[in-house]
Design a protein around this ligand. Sequence first.
Ligand SMILES: *Cc1c(COP(=O)(O)O)cnc(C)c1O
Length: 385
Amino acid sequence: MSSKIWLSAPHMCGAEMKYIQSAFDTNWIAPLGPNVNAFEEELGAYLQIKHVAALSSGSAAIHLALIILGVKTGDEVLVSSFTFSATVNPIVYQGAIPILIDCEPDTWNMSPDLLEEAIKDRIAKKIKPKAIIVVHLYGMPAKIDEIMTIARNYEIPVIEDAAEALGSKYKGKPVGTFGELGILSFNGNKIITTSGGGALISDNEEYINQARFLATQARDNAPYYQHSHIGYNYRMSNVLAGIGRGQLEVIDERVNQRKANYEFYSQSLKEFSGISFSLEKENFFSNRWLTTILVDTIKTGGISNIDLLLGLEKQNIESRFCWKPMHLQPVFRNCPSYLNGVSERFFDIGLCLPSGSSLTDENKLFILDSIKMILNNKKTRDIGL
Ligand SMILES: *Cc1c(COP(=O)(O)O)cnc(C)c1O
């Protein structure tokens, strides 16, 4: 059998090695150094944002963002329910309470209507939410203008979780740069990777200085080790920042390759009315980190997303269900939530197709043939025999 086709494999370009080598040559094998500084600068230039702190993960970036905005025990934080758990966990690290907001069907992201409803309701209950975390899921920008307008009206700061959306834009402006703070992830499966890593970004210098301070164990400015705050070990390694610098050289190519995957699937599967794709509305530019489909079993004649996932698995092709919404997770089931049923439906019928930037034309044709074979109603158990 041919080798496995992964959902979103790391895709090195070769340029990473020269930066890694320079870290070794200069013995900067530490969570600081010239690659870290340069990676921050290069990311800032790419995103047109003033300040960047390179960190050990996107999760660490969200945690620091919450601390910087003063989120403490008992506070409430409004957050997209349709996301990966890493968006929500840091709220709980702070002893705060996630208030889960469902998505709307255009972008699959936080519903501005439900956000406003939740804010009004929380305020009526005498607890004004301390922050909003809005996610740009699968690379698609959220309705960020509307969300920022609501946030400004109620004077609640916004953290943008752009972990999946480096390279995505709204009205030509990179996502992650609209709110008070933005976060990125460079985990192994993201659009560019440092194997593991993340960044916190902001135009507010004070915020990013604070992030660097907290991320390096919160050392006071004193001749000995003195601490007036609880700190964290959240900085990015200089070796890994070298990988990031190499990856950043090809970010535009990576975005184009992901978008080409989406175009390929959406064009090639047009004839199947049971398969639908998320569309970029005017002003929305998605990096198409993952191509996602919705599978309408009535129109496919009974073939579901589960049939597709299992059928592809038999062909050694990895696909994945969409994120299970946080309000359906055992660990968050007691969190207050504002729901409309949209994310639950997307979870029930959605599927993420292989979307790596290193997929070859041959890979894509094989995936397409496999999908068509399943949709053309071959029983999944017959496939590959
Ligand atoms: C990957 C991801 C994160 C977390 O990033 P890590 O670098 O893995 O900690 C947060 N939010 C979303 C939406 C993600 O996809």
